[in-house]
Each structure stands twice: as structure tokens, then as C-alpha cells.
Ligand binder design. Structure first.
Ligand code: NDP
Length: 463
């Protein structure tokens, strides 16, 4: 006996799940959505949105300093952490509320509870032990931080889940990892006034990004005062009466108030009943899906980080939308995961789309590089030592732009726009033919005429 019947049961009300629910309801489907934490998922509650608010907060000190070069006298500034945390909470609560309103207004039923799959057509809502019969199930449970390396004292650390709500500002912060989360929080907290040490196992930050971006960002992070140590990891963490003693693999010890572990995320697939229902997972525990987000079980689908394709909010949203279009709108839609722009909200920030130089050189016989480093106009007056870097990666044989990589103010905004021509397969000649918009930083993208390098494979290498 089941307590209700629906066309679609969505597990997880994050970016992918809510979009899928809303679009499916629009096509007339009866939809129920379960969320065990807060509506909005990682992006809204403890990811992109609160992070960006913290990034804004962190950039004011630079503005205060720069203002002097333009005639302003700023006598005294101070920063109040509880005000930032409270402001952030208000904004994410507003957004979370909107997620609920949009879904219920559209006609979806929301249940605030964990839900698990019992069999291919039954979901159990744990809060009130209801059994729901569902024609289709969508798994949109996202991901969770991975705590690595497994060292003594790991229980004293925090992840990106906790850092947004610390009751006390961490004056001394040690960050483990060199990925998106690690560099973004290092950049934020050093500007808010913390002493930041960042340790990572590799030799540079942001593995997988273009090497020029990585190298220039590492310089900027160090210039901002971050003690960035590569090839080093913690070996143990001890609680003392002054905070935490973090013992490192080079034999040194750093005192910290908080240790943030940012060593990646794993798909949230544990104890969901997936194996029992026959849903296949890959070696990393991610749900395996086809191009229509269908799992190994005919009527069970999955979108977003839980599938570990490209773990970014807009990708999850697209996947959720395409799923609903395909299944309920009779409009089969496949999401294109190529040329997805992304940003890293450090200061300076990164905006990037397409292939890095290193990736392009593995695939193409002839790769042209256009590279610009320049001091932005504002920095000439403020006196700030600041450089913008822009790089265009081009297929030397066809002139097609393969990648654009930017480090500097508003790089993310530029990357969103430049992603359009790159996705359309535009040529470097199209960039050249586009009139510059002066005075901007972005005009450099259409005025880079001189090739910085050409990498050509010899006939022997091509064979
Ligand atoms: P990332 O995958 O970006 O980085 C993980 C870092 O942890 C790397 O430096 C990695 O090193 C290191 N690492 C992995 N395993 C270990 C280990 N066992 N011991 C020591 N170090 C280890 O993960 P994040 O946690 O930073 O972010 C998770 C995801 O969240 C991102 O991939 C991204 O999809 C998303 N995100 C996106 C943002 C944005 O769009 N701006 C912002 C924040 C998060 P190595 O490089 O050597 O493997």
C-alpha cells in the first residue's frame, strides 16, 4: 500500500532538482520534491552564493586603499564578522524561500525530509514514514566535502559547510588543498584580516587550469600575504589551549584557530537505496547516466554533482531542465558539456572557457598562443601593483579559437560573454574584426595581434 502517487519524485532541492521539478510541473506532471536540509542546495546555502557575498566583503580593503590615489581620505575602517555572517544568512534565507515559493506556486509538493529509494518505483519519506509510488525518480542529491588526508586530529577541522557560520572570525586560518574552494577562501580570509597558510600536495594551485593562469594566480596569492606552501600536507592536528597545532610533512608546525579542509567533494549517494534499486555507480560513487541523464534503471534519472560530470551549478540546472523537457515535454534534449565557462572567485579572479594551452597541444598539431599582460588603467592611479593576464589559444590550422583564459578584475563577467563566440566556433579573425570598446580591459581580447608562440608537431610526431 502506498500513501500517494506521483509522476516524478525528486530527491534533493538544489539547483538541478528544483529546475527539473519546476519544468516538469509546467508540463502537467504531478511532482513531489524531498529536501533534508534547506531548499536551494549547496549553491544557495553553502556554496556559490554565500561565497560570492564573502568575496564582495573581502574586496573592500583594496578599494579603501585604492581610493587614496583618487583623492579620497579614508580615516579608519574596521570589519565586523557577525555583521557579514548575519547579512549572508538573511540573503540565503530569502533565496531559499524563493526556491520554495517558485516550486509550490508552480504546483510541486515539497516535503522537508530525507527520502530514500525502496525499489524502482517506491520512495520512502523518512520524516513521516510515508511511501510514495513514483512513475519516475530523479536523484539530485549533489555532493559533500571529502575529508583528506586521514590524519590524527581530523575531527578538529572544518569544511566549506561550516566556514560560513563560524561564531568567531578565525584570525589564523590554515587551508588544506589547492582547488577552487581552497584558493577562494584563502583569498577571501586574507583580505578580511586573517593570517592564512595554505598547504597543498601538488606543486601548484588549480590543477587542470591553464598553466599561465595557475602561475600568475599563485604569485598574486603570495603577494596578498598568503603563506602558500606546495608539496606539503598536514600529518597531525593537536588541540591546545591556544588553538590548533598543525604538524606538517616538512617537519614544521603552524598554529591555527581553524583548519579548513578543501580536498574535493564526493557524490552524495550513500544510504539512498540506490544499490537496492539496481542503480549503477562508478568507482567514485557517482551515479552513472546516459546523455539523457538516465541511470541503469529505466525510470530512474540523475542530474547535477551526484553524477560527477561537470560539477557546476549552471550545468546542474541545464541537466535538470533537459531531463524535464525530454521526459515530460516530449522534447528530447541533450546537454552539451563542451566549452562550459567557469570562474574562480579569487582576487584577482579567473574567468576561463575552452581548452588550456596544455590540453590544446595534446590534441591539435599546431597551436597558436596570444598572450597579454598589462597594468589596468585604475592601477596606474591607485598605485596598486596589479597585472591583468589574457590568453587566447587558437588552432593554428583552422584559426578557430579553442580557449580564452583571463586573470584580473571582472574576468568572470568577461568569460561568460566570450563563451558565446567560443561555443559558436569563432575564428581568431572574428576577434580581430571586432571593434574594440575603449577604455576597457576586455578590449585587449580583440587587439592581440602578435602571436606569442606557435607549437607545431613535426611530421614524425603527427604520425
Ligand atoms: P577541487 O577538486 O577543485 O580541488 C581539490 C584539491 O584537493 C586539489 O588541490 C587536490 O590536489 C587536493 N586533494 C585531493 N585529494 C587529496 C588528498 N587525498 N590529499 C591531499 N590533497 C588532496 O575541489 P574543491 O574541494 O576545491 O571544490 C570541489 C568542487 O566544487 C570543484 O571541483 C568545483 O566543481 C566546485 N566549486 C566550484 C567553484 C566555482 O565554480 N567558482 C567554487 C568552489 C567549488 P591535486 O590537485 O593534487 O589533485
Amino acid at each position: 500500500m502506498t500513501d500517494a502517487e506521483v509522476d516524478l519524485f525528486v530527491i534533493g532541492a538544489g539547483s538541478g532538482g528544483t529546475r527539473a521539478a519546476r519544468i516538469a510541473v509546467g508540463y502537467g506532471a504531478k511532482v513531489m520534491v524531498a529536501e533534508e536540509f534547506r531548499l536551494g542546495g549547496t549553491c544557495v546555502i553553502r556554496g556559490c552564493i554565500p561565497k560570492k557575498l564573502f568575496v564582495y566583503a573581502s574586496r573592500f580593503p583594496d578599494e579603501f586603499e585604492d581610493a587614496e590615489g583618487f583623492g579620497w581620505k579614508i580615516e579608519r575602517t574596521s570589519f565586523d564578522w557577525p555583521t557579514l555572517v548575519a547579512g549572508k544568512e538573511k540573503e540565503i534565507t530569502r533565496l531559499s524561500g524563493l526556491y520554495g515559493t517558485f516550486m509550490t506556486r508552480a504546483g510541486a509538493e515539497i516535503v522537508e525530509s530525507r527520502a530514500v529509494i525502496e525499489d524502482a518505483n517506491t520512495v520512502r519519506v523518512l520524516k513521516d514514514d510515508r511511501r510514495i509510488r513514483a512513475k519516475h525518480i530523479l536523484i539530485a542529491t549533489g555532493g559533500a566535502p571529502v575529508l583528506e588526508p586521514k590524519i590524527p586530529g581530523l575531527e578538529h577541522t572544518i569544511t566549506s559547510n561550516e566556514i560560513f557560520d563560524l561564531p568567531v572570525f578565525p584570525q589564523r586560518l590554515l587551508i588544506v588543498g589547492g582547488g577552487y574552494i581552497a584558493v577562494e577562501f584563502a583569498s577571501v580570509f586574507v583580505r578580511l584580516g586573517a593570517t592564512v597558510t595554505q598547504v597543498l600536495r601538488g606543486e601548484n594551485v588549480l590543477r587542470g587550469f591553464d598553466d599561465d593562469l595557475r602561475n600568475n594566480l599563485a604569485v598574486s596569492l603570495r603577494d596578498a600575504g598568503i603563506d602558500l606552501r606546495t608539496g606539503i600536507l598536514p600529518t597531525s592536528i593537536e588541540k591546545t589551549n591556544k588553538g590548533l597545532d598543525v604538524h606538517l610533512s616538512d617537519g614544521s608546525c603552524v598554529e591555527a584557530d581553524q583548519v579548513l579542509i578543501a580536498t574535493g567533494r564526493r557524490p552524495n549517494t550513500e544510504n539512498l537505496g540506490l544499490e537496492e534499486a539496481g542503480v549503477k555507480l562508478n568507482a567514485k560513487g557517482a551515479v552513472m547516466v546516459d546523455s539523457h541523464s538516465k541511470t541503469s534503471v529505466e525510470n530512474i534519472y540523475a542530474v547535477g554533482d551526484v553524477t560527477d560530470r561537470i560539477n557546476l551549478t549552471p550545468v546542474a540546472v541545464r541537466e535538470g531542465h533537459a531531463f524535464a523537457d525530454t521526459l515530460f515535454g516530449n522534447r528530447p534534449t541533450v546537454v552539451n558539456h563542451i566549452n562550459v565557462p567557469s570562474a574562480v572567485f579569487t582576487t584577482p579572479e579567473i574567468g576561463t572557457v575552452g581548452l588550456s594551452e596544455q590540453e590544446a597541444r595534446k590534441i591539435f598539431d599546431c597551436v597558436d598562443i596570444y598572450l597579454a599582460h598589462f597594468r589596468p588603467l585604475k592601477a596606474n592611479m591607485s598605485g596598486r601593483e596589479e597585472k591583468v593576464m589574457m590568453k587566447i589559444v587558437v588552432d593554428g590550422a583552422t584559426d578557430q579559437v579553442l580557449g580564452v583564459h583571463i586573470l584580473g578584475h571582472d574576468a568572470a563577467e568577461m568569460a561568460q560573454l566570450v563563451a558565446i563566440p567560443v561555443r559558436m566556433g569563432c575564428k581568431k579573425a572574428d576577434f580581430d574584426a571586432t571593434m574594440a570598446l575603449h577604455p576597457t580591459a576586455a578590449e585587449e581580447l580583440v587587439t592581440m595581434r602578435t602571436r606569442a608562440a606557435r607549437y607545431e608537431r613535426s611530421p614524425a610526431e603527427r604520425a
